[in-house]
Design a protein around this ligand. Structure first.
Ligand code: PLP
Length: 431
């Protein structure tokens, strides 16, 4: 077993062979500074680094680990599936079972295709929407993340109605210009764009609660307006529930809000910690995919039997009682954090959806990316380092959400809140 190598040493070795030492940029701690810790193992609500330090984990692999790490039933299912081979490249029953579990909880989902990541799910949803409508343009919202496929790495150009510009080198202007980027929660701009060019719009893709700029709720009426605009213009409404799916007792925000998007993207929890994504929705749209329709999409490892088994085992444990427990813990955490900050005289705003929590160093909850950017992100780095030094692992970026798992007991939460109280007090005395 590898382990007991110090983080500095591990990071140096990693940087020599992996780009920036990591396989996903946020893990390099660039926005908070310092050397990332390397994880050796994890169980329940804890992660253990290579120096043997334990952390209460509030990242949860960015969402999937809702049962906590190394849940015994999930682990058993993984072992059993792996012992029957880690991949077939041919149909297996586990794919049907996981698809049926998902469809049973999402009335909008008639047909499903499994893919290997959330990125692929969103990319496939857009390709389907474009093929179905015969149109090119898509609308996304600033601050919503849908993975890193080319047409989704666009940001707003100057002026609300101008076309998107690339967020990253390597994305062509043509690709970005088919993407219209609008402010989250603005019914007015969305309405204006549909008035202007509704007939050109293939799809609107949205996180129904935005969880990749901190956790930002939709204002009442926002999602309904998008649904209405899409319906009237014949555009496809895509809910990206990769984070929100299976995080709440209603299973998806769409069910909570009684909305039926045409397509839904899922990921994270449905793979139980394995690389799985899914796109699902209306049969008449989904059936455009090969082998039934003309739209190409494929995956050597898609529907992988071990990944499907991990997903099935995870979803099977997500009972209403499980949701009640996680929700109780998350609400204890959210209330405690707000109190800890205010007792130090620091104003934070807190948002919560089921077991997802967000907080901002801003007195008023931001409702779009511009407002999020005005919250004090510099303070977050101080908070992060204060917490990690006390054994609490939060996301190494101010724009991420906090994930509470079934393994986070009241004692664990209270220990973290106690530490947060100290950290906030320290920050207040420095200010
Ligand atoms: C994580 C995430 C994705 C991307 O999923 P990957 O598996 O990282 O490709 C897409 N959309 C949302 C809302 C996400 O949170």
């Amino acid at each position: 077993m590898d382990g007991f190598i110090n983080s500095e040493e591990a990071y140096e070795r990693a940087c020599a062979v992996l780009v920036g030492g990591v396989d996903s940029p946020v893990r390099a701690w660039k926005s908070v500074g310092g050397t990332p810790v390397f994880i050796m193992s994890a169980g329940g609500a804890y992660m253990l680094d290579t120096e043997g330090r334990a952390y209460r984990d509030y990242v949860g692999s960015w969402g999937p680990m809702i049962l906590g790490h190394a849940d015994p039933d999930v682990t058993k299912a993984i072992y059993e599936a792996a012992s029957r081979s880690s991949s077939y490249g041919a149909p297996c029953v586990a794919e049907i079972e996981l698809a049926e579990l998902i469809r049973g909880k999402f009335p909008s989902v008639e047909k499903i295709r499994f893919v290997n990541s959330g990125t692929e799910a969103a990319m496939t949803a857009l390709r389907l929407a474009r093929a179905f409508t015969g149109r090119d343009k898509i609308i996304k919202f600033a601050g919503c993340y849908h993975g890193h496929s080319d047409s989704l790495l666009a940001e707003a150009g100057s002026g609300a109605l101008t076309l998107g510009v690339p967020t990253s080198p390597g994305i062509t202007a043509a690709n970005a210009s088919d993407t219209v980027v609008l402010p989250y929660n603005s019914v007015e701009t969305a309405t204006r764009v549909f008035e202007e060019c509704g007939g050109d719009i293939a799809a609107v893709i949205v996180e129904p609660w935005a969880a990749n700029m901190g956790l930002v709720p939709p204002i009442p009426g926002f999602l309904d307006a998008l649904a209405r605009l899409c319906k009237d213009a014949g555009a496809v409404l895509i809910f990206d529930e990769i984070i929100t799916g299976f995080r709440i007792p209603e299973f998806g925000v769409q069910n909570k809000e009684k909305l039926r998007p045409d397509l839904t993207c899922l990921g994270k929890i449905i793979g139980g910690g394995f690389p799985v994504g899914a796109v699902g929705g209306r049969a008449d749209i989904m059936n455009k995919l090969q082998p039934l329709g003309p739209v190409y999409q494929a995956g050597t490892l898609a529907g992988n039997p071990v990944a499907m088994a991990a997903g099935i085992a995870t979803l099977s444990k997500l009972t209403q009682t499980a949701y009640q427990k996680t929700e109780y813990s998350a609400s204890r955490f959210a209330t405690g954090l707000k109190q800890a900050a205010s007792s130090a005289g620091i104003d934070i705003s807190v948002s919560r959806l089921g077991s997802i929590v967000g907080f901002f160093f801003a007195p008023k909850l931001p409702l779009n990316l511009d407002a999020v950017k005005m919250s004090n992100v510099g303070l977050y780095a101080k908070f992060f380092h204060g917490m990690i030094a006390r054994g609490d692992y939060f996301a190494p970026s101010p724009y991420e959400s906090i994930f509470i798992s079934l393994a986070h007991t009241a004692e664990i939460i209270d220990a973290t809140i106690g530490n947060a109280r100290e950290v906030f007090a320290g920050m207040a005395s420095e200010a």
